[in-house]
Design a binder for this molecule. Structure first.
Ligand code: PSV
Ligand code: MN
Length: 392
C-alpha cells in the first residue's frame, strides 16, 4: 500500500456521516414545492432510503430523526423505530426536537413570553430526551427558530433567561453519555433578532447549561465571508464542538450540496479537524440538506462521496511540515503545503478504498445501476400524487 493510500484509507475509516430523514422527503421553499414521485413520506421509506445510501457508501450507519415529522406519536413510536433499525440495519442518530411549526410558537418556544407555551416547548424537549434514551441516541440536536422581527417588540434579555432556565431543565434529564447540541442561526425565520444568532451565543449558553452541552455548527448558518474554520478551531480548543450540519450556501441558508459552492471551505474545516487530537471521536458529522431540484437519493449519495473526497484531500496535508513552515513564516510554501492536499486528485485512492471494503467504486453509478430509484418511484408515485407529500 502506498503511503497516500494508507493515509486516505485510515482517514475514511474515521469518517461516519449521519443522514437526515428529512432529506429523503419532499421539501420546498416558501415559494412552493416541486414534488418528486420517489420522495419518502413514511418513516419506513426514510429508513429504506438511508439503508440504500449506506449499502452504496458504507459510511452512513445512522439516520437523524425529527421528532414531529418522524415520531408523531412521540415516545410511543420508539418501539416502531427500534424495529425499523433492525429491519434496515440503520441506527437512529441525533434526535431533533421540533419547536418551529406549531401555531403556539409564533412568538417563540422556550423564549416565548408566555410561560404556558414555554412549558409546552420544554415538555417536548423532555420527551425528545426520553426518545433519545429509548433509541440509545447520544445526541439531542436543538435548533431554535425563536426570535423577533422588530426592535423593541421583545425583550432580548428576558428571553435569554427563559432559554437558560429551559436548557438547564433539559440538561438535568440527559443520560450519562448523552449530549445536547445547540445550533445557531443568524436569521430566518426571525429577521430582527434570533435568540441564538451565532456561535458565541451558542457557546455561552452551552457552557451555562452544563457539561453535556456542546455547539452544533451548521455550515449554512453564517454570514457571507465568515471564516468558519476559525470558529471550528476555537470550539475545538474549548472542547465545545459537538458536531456539524453539513450543506453549502451561496446567499443564505440555501441547503445546497456540501462543497458545491465552496469545496475549499469544507477542506479547510476538515484540515482543522484533522489537526486536532481527538476531534474525530467527539464530533458528529451530519448532513442537513433538502433538495428541491436534484433527485433526493442521487443528491444524498453525491454529498457523501463529496465529503469523503474532500476529507481524503485534507488527510493528505503534511501537517508536520506545515507546522515547520508556519513557524519559519515561509508564507507561500506554507500555503502551497496546504493547497497540495486540496489539489491532489484523490478520487482513484478513494475508489481503491471502497473496492478494498467490498463497496461500489463509484456509488453514484452503482445507484443508477441498482434500479432502486426506479423501484421506489413506481412504488410511491401514485401515493405521492394523491397526497400533498409530507413537508419536512
Ligand atoms: C434550520 O435551518 C435547520 O438547520 C435545523 O437544523 C433544522 O432542524 C433543520 O434545518 C431542518 O429544517
Ligand atoms: Mn441545521
Amino acid at each position: 500500500m502506498t503511503a497516500h493510500l494508507e493515509q486516505v484509507s485510515k482517514a475514511l475509516d474515521s469518517l461516519r456521516i449521519e443522514l437526515p430523514s428529512w432529506g429523503f422527503a419532499n421539501t420546498g421553499t416558501r415559494f412552493g414545492k416541486f414534488l418528486q414521485a420517489e420522495a419518502a413520506a413514511t418513516i419506513e421509506e426514510k429508513f429504506s432510503d438511508a439503508a440504500q445510501v449506506h449499502a452504496l457508501t458504507g459510511c452512513t450507519p445512522t439516520l437523524a430523526l425529527h421528532v414531529a415529522w418522524d415520531l408523531p406519536g412521540g415516545l410511543r413510536d420508539a418501539g416502531k423505530i427500534r424495529d425499523l433499525e433492525t429491519e434496515y440495519g440503520i441506527r437512529s442518530g441525533s434526535i431533533n426536537p421540533n419547536l418551529f411549526e406549531a401555531q403556539e410558537y409564533k412568538f417563540g418556544s422556550i423564549c416565548n413570553p408566555d410561560s404556558g407555551i414555554r412549558r409546552r416547548a420544554i415538555d417536548h424537549l423532555l420527551e425528545s430526551v426520553a426518545i433519545a434514551k429509548a433509541l440509545r441516541s447520544r445526541d439531542v440536536s436543538l435548533w431554535l427558530a425563536d426570535g423577533s422581527n422588530y426592535p423593541g417588540s421583545q425583550s432580548i434579555r428576558r428571553r435569554i433567561d427563559w432559554m437558560a432556565a429551559a436548557l438547564a431543565e433539559i440538561h438535568g434529564e440527559l443520560g450519562e453519555d448523552q449530549r445536547l447540541l445547540v445550533e445557531y442561526k443568524p436569521f430566518e425565520p426571525a429577521f430582527y433578532h434570533t435568540d441564538l444568532a451565532d456561535w458565541g451565543m451558542s457557546l455561552l449558553i452551552a457552557r451555562e447549561t452544563g457539561d453535556k452541552a456542546r455547539v452544533l455548527v451548521d455550515t449554512g448558518h453564517h454570514y457571507q465571508a465568515q471564516n468558519i474554520e476559525q470558529i471550528v478551531v476555537w470550539l475545538l480548543r474549548e472542547k465545545m464542538l459537538g458536531g456539524f450540519h453539513f450543506n453549502d450556501r451561496r446567499y443564505a441558508d440555501d441547503d445546497l450540496t456540501l462543497g458545491s459552492i465552496d469545496p475549499y471551505q469544507v477542506f479547510r474545516i476538515f484540515h482543522e479537524l484533522l489537526s486536532d487530537n481527538g476531534a474525530m471521536e467527539t464530533t458528529a458529522f451530519m448532513i442537513d440538506q433538502s433538495h428541491n431540484l436534484k433527485g433526493k437519493m442521487e443528491a444524498m449519495v453525491q454529498t457523501v462521496c463529496t465529503a469523503q473526497e474532500i476529507f481524503a484531500k485534507a488527510a493528505l496535508v503534511d501537517r508536520e511540515r506545515l507546522a515547520t513552515l508556519q513557524d519559519e513564516c515561509r508564507l507561500v510554501e506554507a500555503e502551497e503545503c496546504l493547497r497540495q492536499g486540496f489539489w491532489f486528485d484523490v478520487r482513484p485512492l478513494v475508489r481503491e478504498c471502497r473496492k478494498a471494503r467490498g463497496l461500489a467504486e463509484d456509488p453514484l453509478v452503482a445507484l443508477r445501476q441498482s434500479g432502486y430509484v426506479e423501484r421506489i418511484r413506481n412504488e410511491r408515485k401514485e401515493r405521492n400524487a394523491r397526497s400533498v407529500a409530507s413537508y419536512a
